[in-house]
Design a protein around this ligand. Structure first.
Ligand SMILES: *[C@@H]1O[C@H](CO)[C@@H](O)[C@H](O)[C@H]1NC(C)=O
Ligand SMILES: *[C@@H]1O[C@H](CO)[C@@H](O)[C@H](O)[C@H]1NC(C)=O
Ligand SMILES: [Cu+2]
Ligand SMILES: [Zn+2]
Length: 181
């Protein structure tokens, strides 16, 4: 764990001039929309990301409406290309080329943020932190995609053939590109 922290600090340091440390938090936002669903719902909202300094955890705030009640896979995907809607955002952001997992697993894609759980209102406003994603350095999520899935992410624990690749979370009901706020 200590080694991971030191490496991410070193990656951040290459971005700033020698001797300087960044002291303003970085903020990013993704405006999220999705295709009209069969039940006439449409996912809409935003996801904001705040990182107080290099190598620190990222605060993620997810505010969405129009989501079907239940659990939905929520990931960072590798591309920021919406030319073919959510489909062109590519696969889960996975620079380490490892198996899909849960946010708290040792082995996970960088983009694996687990599930969001939406109540009967279809709206959600949830905030949590993640220590693996970053808003700066070589493995920044800026310019990549966020995707809300139709189904629950099985966190790599299911027996479907896609479990270790995507969590078998089904189609993409909402998405956006992460930009600097
Ligand atoms: C994000 O979405 C929420 C809920 O729809 C809205 O209240 C808020 O103003 C939005 N924030 C931004 C920066 O667009
Ligand atoms: C595993 O597969 C079996 C048979 O295909 C299925 O009935 C079961 O629900 C699956 N379990 C999980 C956790 O997906
Ligand atoms: Cu996904
Ligand atoms: Zn994944």
């Amino acid at each position: 764990m200590m080694r991971v922290v030191i490496i991410s600090l070193a990656l951040c340091a290459t971005l700033t001039n020698a001797g300087q440390t960044r002291n303003s938090p970085m903020e990013a936002i993704a405006y999220v929309t999705g295709p009209m669903q069969a039940d006439n719902r449409q996912v809409k909202g935003n996801v904001t990301f705040t990182q107080n300094d290099c190598g620190q955890s990222v605060h993620v705030r997810i505010q969405l409406e129009g989501v079907k009640e239940g659990k939905h896979g929520f990931h960072i995907h590798e591309k920021g290309d919406l030319s073919n809607g959510c489909a062109s955002l590519g696969a889960h952001y996975n620079p380490d080329k490892v198996d899909h997992g849960a946010p708290h697993h040792e082995v996970r894609h960088v983009g694996d943020l687990g599930n969001i759980e939406v109540g009967p209102s279809g709206t959600i406003d949830v905030t949590y932190t993640d220590a693996v994603i970053s808003l700066s350095g070589k493995r920044t999520i800026i310019g990549r995609g966020v995707v809300v899935h139709e189904m629950e992410d099985d966190l790599g624990l299911g027996n479907h053939t896609d479990s270790k690749k995507t969590g078998n979370a089904g189609g993409r009901i909402g998405c956006g590109v992460i930009g600097i706020k």
